[in-house]
Design a protein around this ligand. Structure first.
Ligand SMILES: Cc1cc2nc3c(=O)[nH]c(=O)nc-3n(C[C@H](O)[C@H](O)[C@H](O)COP(=O)(O)OP(=O)(O)OC[C@H]3O[C@@H](n4cnc5c(N)ncnc54)[C@H](O)[C@@H]3O)c2cc1C
Length: 1018
């Protein structure tokens, strides 16, 4: 039998030393896949899943539910085949000599020898951080002889990082020998014992003063001696307290600093009684400051009961809060508009109230700051709102919604629902309930007419929301006066009231993105301008903006330095390249004819002259159509090259006007032209091809041996051999088009992969497919050293991926090394417009730093695509109209017109992760699709990426024939924020490839639901 894989009790939090098995999510003998959840365990903080990272069959012996297993010990096994599965009752595999357990061997498990019932159980110094090797006993929270329950905190220890609780995971009576307060105990050594029988309690101390002198672990059976321990009661560490600064001429222990920090005590004012005058915790507690503080002990009659850990934490936090000078401000808010809008959009009022508070905090960031001892203010950028939730038996729990300003309401609502469910089942992870920057307590739901709340340490304010009364809903802020003054609080409350009473922010279709220059609506500057708006450039960006603006009644001039509009897209980009692609498709498709029984004995032959006539004809026809439409809708189309004179006028140079619409226009000669003034301007001047300074490239461009996407259209015949430098969309499309036309092509890419904007697996598979044809080679990681030769006889000298110098001979070289705006001739400085890294800077409304000047399309960088430019043109126009519209790159799309086509809309897994979204993906190979099999187009795959919390489709990625059509549905999924369930329930017609979307969505939806169900308590 192969070695079984050991499933060990995982360490699921840094304080966890053992876990209780709660449930088995798989049965013995079940097939388990990588990533499956096999069990749930209760840690010291919550109930958590045990995931496995390899496949196999679950095998016994498995740990019984409710058993307590130390971290690292076996809870079950995975075996390779069903035949090797052992039942629950069989002997542990790890103990067997015949079968060795792979992991158990690698990480031997520590066994406590005296865990025999009736005998003593050793409570060891736990390892509470990865760097902790010893701990200092700070306090005993239980006395010798006390009955201890599972989960009780019995002591506190100081680690190298903080003061932490020592919890026990079994019941018993606390027994000595017990480590003395301030003694240093190595990790793993005994600090006390638990015995089953109260009569077996031993009453003795263990004294170790330094780590070096630490005594070996005490054997519980060694005869105990001594008297009952005089217990030093030290209050627990208040959460969120910052250590006080070190005193100037002496040392202080970390715990003393923590305590002093928590109580605002200056350590310089306290004499130290520790070694060498070191200030120790007792000094802080015995100091005059402490004595004069509010801590007084009142004797209360009766036995009392010990507080639970949660009650203690709350009590200590509240005690710490007493050191805050608090004040309160109340305002009455009318919540009806927010209630109605929240209901209409399906969001919980709690979440929209939190969002309103966060938006108000964004305007008054002081409310998000916190006092740090001594005399410092920590200003936090992110607004994390904790909202108190009542739970049965566990009091108030405060799950925290993170980054509430920037996260959209759909994800906040989904997160909130999920966290509330888990909070009530005690399944929140520590980072989900710790460190809010602001807190909301809403007792309005309980009919409370007015109340105030106490901010917890680490925050400086809290909201108390009471029930709706005759004056409205009373909202009281309790704030730390060291940070927030009365006027701050009043202004903040007014903004909050406004956010709640006019919740227009709820209608924003796109979540606000960072970088928007101002939320203010655009107002057209007043003046006697020639035009309301001048649009510079007549490509997709400029033309779409101009058309939208005239539709809204603006007087618009579109200055374009070419005889017809259309820009690069029409004359040198999308349209001509797709005309070539269409011809290449016809040639390629002939290969499939024979497969379907069609006689395929006629070799397709390309007549270049005919194709070029066809191509040029389309461009000219479309150019004329566009110009007629532009003039027809009353855009004043002016041919000429525009440059800024100042922030409200441009000079239109009409000296260099050319008549050939196919070639890029040269800059004007400055001899003829006119000045026009404007209220607002849109720069849409595009980006010509960029040629890097490779030796010989410039000379090649001059004599025509080196071509770019501007000049390749002048080819008079199909090259026999072609070299293409650059593996972006233009280079890759050209490479396969010419391969299909019959050229032998080599494409050189400097990076490890081609098509940086495309999903990694799609790009990888496409590279393999392209490389599969002997007429096309993709050479990644190549470094071009030199270009030489003359048209028809060119040579690329390059170093290959191994660094070996090589030559490639060809007729022509196409430089497809990106596009870069040419900004100098625009005289941007005269208008005050800023550029950075070679592109004009614009926000999501396409506004530059000059509020009435906008920039769209290739000239602002990002995705340099025609539809992106068009969308940005519409965003600029809409903003000028005074309406809200933002460009959202996370929903943008693209198609690389190869065969199969690579396409994307929205985010890939990598991109989602980089944005902090917990996403999942599902994919299907085209080879399983009936339609693809019919047409023989079985290469590639389709992937859907969705947000695990909201099930919203974040992205769809393709490598498939017809992706240019299929992507339409995917674009609607992403732009419409559709969920997997909506896509899965849509009725797709059969037999079409759109059915794949439904299948993928249903598959991912059930996978996510399954794992959500498993996470929920049974
Ligand atoms: C070979 C190739 C294939 C492509 N294929 C696709 C594709 O399939 N899909 C896709 O989405 N994108 C494709 N693109 C990209 C697409 O062409 C561009 O992203 C798009 O044209 C950019 O639009 P724009 O309005 O920003 O600029 P442009 O289209 O470049 O238009 C700018 C216009 O402004 C004019 N101009 C410049 N300066 C001035 C000035 N100072 N005064 C007056 N006029 C000026 C220019 O002459 C031009 O007419 C392709 C590009 C190439 C090169």
């Amino acid at each position: 039998m192969a070695n079984p894989y050991v499933i060990k009790m995982p360490q699921l939090s840094d304080t966890m030393s053992e876990g209780v098995v709660v449930s088995w999510e798989k049965n013995i003998g079940d097939k388990v896949e990588r990533g499956d959840i096999v069990a749930t365990v209760e840690t010291d903080k919550a109930i958590m899943d045990v995931e496995v990272f390899r496949e196999g069959y679950l095998s016994g012996p498995i740990a019984e539910p409710d058993s307590v297993i130390p971290v690292g010990e076996v809870i079950a096994y995975l075996v390779a085949s069903k035949a090797e599965v052992q039942s629950e009752t069989s002997a542990p595999v790890a103990a067997s000599t015949s079968a060795k357990a792979t992991v158990a061997e690698a990480a031997p498990v520590e066994i406590v020898a005296d865990e025999v019932p009736g005998d003593a159980h050793m409570v060891k110094m736990p390892q509470l951080s990865d760097t902790m090797s010893e701990g200092v006993m700070v306090s005993w929270e239980k006395n010798i002889g006390d009955k201890v329950e599972r989960g009780d905190v019995i002591a506190q220890v100081e680690t190298d990082k903080a003061i932490m609780d020592v919890e026990v995971f079994r019941e018993g009576y606390l027994s000595g020998p017990m480590a003395e307060i301030d003694s240093v105990i190595p990790v793993g050594e005994a600090i006390a014992y638990l015995v089953v029988d109260s009569k077996a309690v031993m009453d003795s101390k263990k004294t170790v003063t330094t780590a070096a002198a630490a005594a070996p672990a005490i054997k519980p059976k060694s005869s105990p001696a001594g008297t009952a321990q005089a217990k030093t009661r030290i209050p627990a560490q208040p959460h969120g307290a910052t250590p006080a600064p070190r005193p100037t001429h002496k040392n202080a222990t970390p715990y003393a600093r923590q305590l002093a920090g928590a109580h605002g005590i200056d350590l310089n004012s306290i004499p130290g009684t520790g070694p060498g005058g070191e200030v120790i915790a007792a000094d802080v507690l015995n100091s005059n400051v402490q004595k004069t503080s509010t801590r007084r002990i009142f004797q209360v009659a009766g036995e009392g009961r010990a507080m639970s850990a949660m009650e203690k934490a709350v009590s200590h936090n509240m005690e710490y809060s007493l050191s805050m000078p608090l004040f309160r401000v109340t305002t009455h808010v009318d919540p009806s508009a927010l209630k109605q809008a929240s209901k209409a959009k399906g969001f919980s009022l709690t979440v929209t109230l939190a969002k309103a508070a966060a938006l108000a905090i964004a305007k008054h960031p002081i409310v998000n700051a916190v006092y740090q001892h001594e005399d410092r203010i920590v200003e936090r950028e992110q607004v994390d709102i904790g909202i108190a939730v009542e739970t049965e038996g566990m009091g108030l729990v405060v799950p925290v919604l993170r980054d509430v300003v920037n996260n959209d309401l759909a994800s906040l609502s989904a997160n909130w629902k999920d966290m509330v469910d888990r909070a009530r089942a005690r399944r929140l992870k520590p980072d989900e309930y710790s460190n809010p920057t602001f807190t909301i307590s809403n007792m309005g739901m309980m009919g409370v007419s007015h109340f105030d709340a106490i901010p917890s340490p680490g925050t400086s304010a809290i909201f108390a929301i009471a029930t709706l009364g005759p004056q409205g809903m009373p909202v009281t802020i309790t704030a730390d006066h060291r940070i927030v003054n009365g006027a701050d609080a009043a202004k903040f409350m007014n903004t909050f009231k406004q956010m709640v009473e006019s919740p227009t922010w709820l209608d924003a279709s796109i979540p606000p993105a960072t970088g928007i220059s101002s939320g203010a609506k655009f107002v057209m500057p007043q003046g006697d301008w020639d035009y309301d708006v001048v649009v510079i450039g007549g490509g997709p960006g400029g033309e779409d903006a101009a058309r939208d603006l005239v539709e809204h009644g603006f007087k618009v001039a579109m200055v374009n330095d070419a005889p017809f509009p259309g820009g690069e897209c029409l004359w040198r980009g999308c349209i001509p390249s797709k005309a070539w692609r269409a011809a290449a498709d016809r040639i390629r498709d002939r290969a499939h004819d024979g497969m379907m029984g069609i006689k395929a004995n006629i070799k397709p032959e390309l007549n270049w002259t005919k194709l070029e006539q066809h191509r040029r004809g389309i461009l000219e026809e479309r150019g004329k159509m566009a110009l007629n439409t532009d003039k027809g809708v009353k855009i004043d189309v002016i041919q000429g090259f525009a440059s800024f004179i100042d922030a409200h006028s441009v000079f239109v140079d009409q000296g260099g006007n050319q008549t050939d619409p196919h070639a890029r226009a040269p800059q004007g000669d400055g001899k003829k032209g006119k000045t026009i003034s404007f209220g607002a301007a849109i720069i849409a001047t595009g980006a010509p091809p960029f040629v890097p300074p490779i030796p010989g490239a410039r000379e090649g461009l001059a004599d025509g041996g080196v071509l770019t996407s501007d000049t390749v259209w002048g080819l008079t015949d199909i090259p026999r051999r072609l070299g293409i430098i650059g593996g972006g969309a233009i280079g890759v499309e050209m490479a396969q088009i010419f391969q299909d036309f019959g050229s032998k092509v080599q494409l050189f890419e400097g990076q490890e992969r081609i098509l940086a904007e495309v999903e990694p697996e799609v790009a990888k598979q496409l590279t393999a497919i392209l490389n599969d044809d002997p007429r096309l080679t993709i050479a990644t990681l190549s470094k071009i050293a030199e270009i030489k030769g003359e048209p028809g006889k060119m040579k690329v000298v390059y170093a290959d991926a191994e660094g070996k110098s090589r030559n490639y001979s060809c007729d022509y070289i196409i430089m497809a090394t990106g596009k870069r705006p040419v900004l100098e001739p625009l005289n941007l400085a005269k208008a005050g417009v800023q550029a950075e890294k070679g592109v004009i800077q614009a926000d999501n409304c396409c506004r530059t730093n000059v509020p009435h000047i906008f920039a769209v399309g290739d000239v602002i960088g990002g995705l340099m695509l025609a539809h992106t430019a068009g969308q940005q043109g519409r965003v600029a126009a809409t903003t000028i109209c005074g309406e809200d519209m933002l460009y959202d790159q996370d929903k943008d799309s693209g198609v690389i017109f190869t065969r199969p086509e690579a396409a994307f809309v929205g985010l890939s897994m990598e991109q989602a992760k980089a944005k902090g979204i917990d996403a999942a993906e599902v994919k299907v190979p085209m080879s399983v699709d009936a339609k693809a099999m019919i047409t023989g187009e079985t290469q590639g795959l389709i992937k859907i990426v969705a947000d695990k919390a909201t099930h919203r489709v974040l992205g769809v990625h393709f490598l498939a024939d017809h992706a240019d059509t299929l992507i339409g549905e995917a674009v609607m999924m992403v732009s419409g924020n559709m969920t997997l369930e909506q896509v899965g329930q849509a009725i797709h017609p059969h037999p079409t490839q759109t059915e794949l979307f439904g299948e993928l969505a249903r598959r991912l939806s059930s996978r996510l639901k399954r794992s959500e169900r498993r996470k929920k308590p049974k």
